[in-house]
Design a protein around this ligand. Structure first.
Ligand SMILES: Nc1ccn([C@@H]2O[C@H](COP(=O)(O)O)[C@@H](O)[C@H]2O)c(=O)n1
Length: 600
């Protein structure tokens, strides 16, 4: 396709699903891993490639897990199911609830029907206090001590009404597998700072000094199973890993990470493996290990695989067919999710999208860019409706991370709107900003900074890790023979970069080794990729640099915008109180309002 964004036959490719290339390798302990599911529980429903690769529903996944448990029984080995967070925010099933409801309250009931052995909290469980409270009261108790939040707390009233801060889930779990192996588990989240009032996140570097932590890791299990919402590269895993290694130099350690939405695998040493399994129910992770007697430093045998989440994959690995694959639980989960979609009116029709709009397969800005559609067309249109300030020139800034998924040509529904743009954030404005200053703020926000990896993650630029992964992938030559029919999809190279440098115990530098061999279960041809800035803006108004404009921005960008306004001028000190509500229209309504008017 030569990078030509208008030449889009690649996106209209027929919806074929390539089967896996080879059977899974089973060990003594085997793990199925999900992460960052973000409400994609009915799977990816669009017909354009690569969406059919990810078309399995949570019901299909449930049937898969049931059959895999049977295979494990026959092989007489252990099989564990683990999730590492971010169940909220991402589709109509989580975000399309009627007024007065709570995000993911209904979809979580389906998730809880799966036999998860271990779960960890994600940052999307902490953006809104009411979501965390709902998890605390209604979801977490269903997992009987296996939902972990080692460093995340919620404040609730005690029996006398006094506020107390308690772990949202459990700090750690110790359990025995079916085969009687002892497992010690933690559930750690990165140093997240955008959490809501009434929730707290303790820095990982402080958590590892806590008495409860040192007590929890004191006795040697057969396996340390560390689940956490934290990328397996460029983050704080080495802090937890090193604390354990100090006491247990030979015990196998498996790390299951998340948050940056990539497929990734690293090894912190020869007796450990760290796996991250993508996002949005696109990927199901597989990790297996053959244990030894923990007497020598020799390499432990690990394998890992990234499965495309579809029925062809599930049937292939369970040796079943269309006709005998579905379990009654699996079927009832899918039927229940479809009923929820109906109840939330997710088929509500806004208009017909005239083409595909993508986040990274088209350049920004361009007519095919979903970011351009949002910030240059939809937001200015939606915010101008019934707005007394509409005649005052404005410059609108949003974080590109606020847009979460592509829009495909054809029917554009409430579910499509919420997958593309799920956040119900308000737009704020600061009046009388000279236009030249407004432009400087945007430039400053997008300036590459020399932030530490930890600060980068805390500031939400995890999107950068994901897009860098897409960029690296788009350069991979798959070596496909002419005429071969690899479909579009992820082409993971865990060895794509020699090694990332990470901070080890905050002082020493250490290298992290990528996992050997090919991780993808199904071969693909990579998608085209174009870079995106972290912040995007509306088209500049046709005014002079001195003209005062309304600087309008998405609520989540308030802190960095005010900080930059104060860095770039000294006439006035801006505070959060200077930011006022610009319009009753919320971020997740803008494209719908535009589509209703423009996409007949
Ligand atoms: N209300 C919100 C919450 C988050 N964002 C943006 O989402 C990105 C983080 O999502 P992950 O799934 O990667 O954790 C990040 O770009 C946040 O700024 C938002 O825009 N509004």
């Amino acid at each position: 396709c030569g990078g030509d964004p208008t030449h889009s036959h690649r996106r209209r490719a027929p919806a074929v699903i390539t089967p896996p290339s080879r059977p899974l390798e089973w060990g003594d302990i085997n793990i199925i891993h999900t992460t960052d599911t973000h409400g994609w529980l009915l799977g990816h429903q669009k017909k354009s490639a690569p969406e059919p690769n990810y078309s399995g529903t949570l019901g299909d996944f449930s049937s898969f897990v049931t059959h895999m448990k049977d295979v494990a029984l026959k092989k007489d080995v252990d099989l564990l199911l683990v999730d590492t967070g971010d169940l909220h925010d991402g589709t109509g099933l989580t975000d399309g609830y009627p007024a007065g409801g709570t995000d993911a309250h209904d979809s979580d009931k389906f998730f809880a029907q799966l036999p998860y052995d271990l779960l960890a909290i994600g940052n999307h469980e902490l953006y809104h206090y009411e979501d965390t409270l709902d998890m605390y009261k209604n979801f977490i108790p269903k997992f009987k001590g296996r939902y972990l939040s080692s460093n995340a707390n919620i404040t609730i009233p005690d029996s006398g009404g006094k506020p107390i801060s308690v772990p949202v889930g459990n700090r750690y779990a110790k359990f025995k597998t079916r085969k009687g192996r002892k497992v010690t588990s933690l559930g750690v989240i990165f140093d997240f700072t955008d959490n809501d009032k009434g929730t707290t996140v303790q820095k990982v570097q402080d958590m590892v000094k806590e008495k409860w932590f040192l007590n929890a890791i004191k006795d040697e299990p057969d396996l340390f199973l560390l689940a956490g919402h934290m990328p397996v590269q460029r983050n704080d895993w080495p802090l937890v890993f090193n604390a354990i290694r100090k006491i247990h130099p030979l015990t196998p350690i498996v790390i299951l990470g998340g948050h940056s939405h990539v497929r990734d695998c690293t090894q912190l040493d020869d007796r450990s493996m760290s796996l991250e399994s993508g996002r949005y129910m696109e990927t199901v992770g597989w990790l297996s290990t053959k244990l030894d007697d923990n007497k020598t430093k020799k390499k432990i045998d690990f394998s890992r695989r990234y499965l495309d989440a579809n029925r062809i994959t599930y049937e292939y690995h369970t040796g079943l067919k269309q006709t005998n694959f579905d379990t009654s639980l699996g079927k009832s989960i899918t039927v229940g999710l479809l009923a929820l979609a109906k109840k939330f009116n997710l088929g509500y029709f806004y208009g017909t999208a005239p083409r595909d709009y993508t986040l990274t397969q088209d350049p920004y800005p361009s007519t095919g860019s979903a970011l351009s559609l949002f910030i240059a067309n939809a937001v200015p249109y939606a915010l101008a409706q019934n707005n007394p300030r509409a005649k005052i020139p404005n410059f609108i800034i949003a974080n590109s991370g606020s847009q979460r998924f592509d829009i495909y040509s054809g029917s554009f529904t409430k579910n499509d709107l919420l997958t593309a743009s799920p956040y119900d954030d308000p737009f704020l404005y600061i009046p009388d900003i000279p236009f030249s200053l407004a432009k400087e703020v945007l430039a400053a926000l997008n300036k590459p900074s020399v932030k530490s990896d930890r600060a980068e993650l805390a500031s939400g630029s995890v999107n950068k890790i994901y897009t860098e992964w897409l960029r690296d992938m788009s350069k991979v030559k798959t070596g496909k023979k002419k005429g071969a029919s690899d479909t579009l999809g992820y082409v993971t190279r865990d060895v794509s970069l020699p090694c990332y440098l990470v901070f080890k115990a905050l002082t020493e530098l250490a290298t992290i080794k990528s996992c050997p061999g090919d991780g993808d279960d199904t071969p693909h041809t990579p998608l085209p990729y174009f870079p995106v800035p972290e912040y995007i803006s509306s088209k500049p108004p046709k005014v002079s640099d001195k003209t005062p404009v309304d600087l309008v921005f998405a609520n989540i960008a308030k802190k960095p915008i005010i900080a930059n306004l104060n860095l770039l001028q000294k006439v006035k000190v801006y505070t959060p109180l200077d930011a006022q509500k610009y319009s009753p229209v919320l971020l997740n309504e803008a494209i719908g309002i535009y589509a209703k008017a423009e996409w007949k």
